[in-house]
Design a protein around this ligand. Structure first.
Ligand code: CMP
Length: 140
């Protein structure tokens, strides 16, 4: 059943570096998702590690923290019907080699780590991730 959801999206350091912020935002908007909050930030390793704490036992966790704090990122809240799963469809699979043609990761990502964008994978993760970066008064 369709319901209005909010999801957290990040345009990662490789997306900012590749100058595709506008392209990524345009894909979200063209698909009917609305930008409800947005800012550019540069996380330190501790902030990146806190955001990805769910992965702290994974072998890629240290590299992920370094990569996500290697440059500025754009964090945003997307709102719309079934926003969480729709955002994941627009992004494509985590591993760009497995991402469907026409998705953000298939078109722009270079590896499973440097995969251009992040999106909340469930309502539970969205309810942790959105307030990690945004106060209620910053979401419109
Ligand atoms: P993201 O969707 O932000 O969620 C966790 C991130 O960890 C993922 O995108 C990738 O950037 C990274 N990641 C996931 N799996 C791997 C892996 N096998 N090797 C390296 N990085 C990974």
């Amino acid at each position: 059943m369709a319901r209005i959801e909010r999801t957290l999206s990040i345009i990662k350091p490789d997306g900012v570096e590749k100058n595709v912020i506008g392209d990524v935002l345009s894909r979200f908007e063209s698909a009917g998702l609305r930008v409800a909050a947005i800012k550019m930030i540069h996380m330190n390793e501790e902030e990146a590690g806190g955001f990805y704490a769910v992965h702290k036992e994974r072998p890629f966790y240290q590299d992920l923290k370094k990569y996500m704090s290697s440059g500025p990122v754009v964090v945003l809240v997307l709102e719309g019907e079934n926003a969480i799963s729709r955002n994941r469809d627009i992004m494509g699979a985590t591993d760009p080699k497995k991402a469907d043609p026409g998705t953000i990761r298939a078109d722009h990502a270079q590896s499973i780590e440097r995969n251009i964008v992040h999106g909340s994978d469930s309502p539970e993760s969205a309810s942790f991730e959105v307030p990690y970066f945004f106060d209620d008064k910053e979401i419109f």
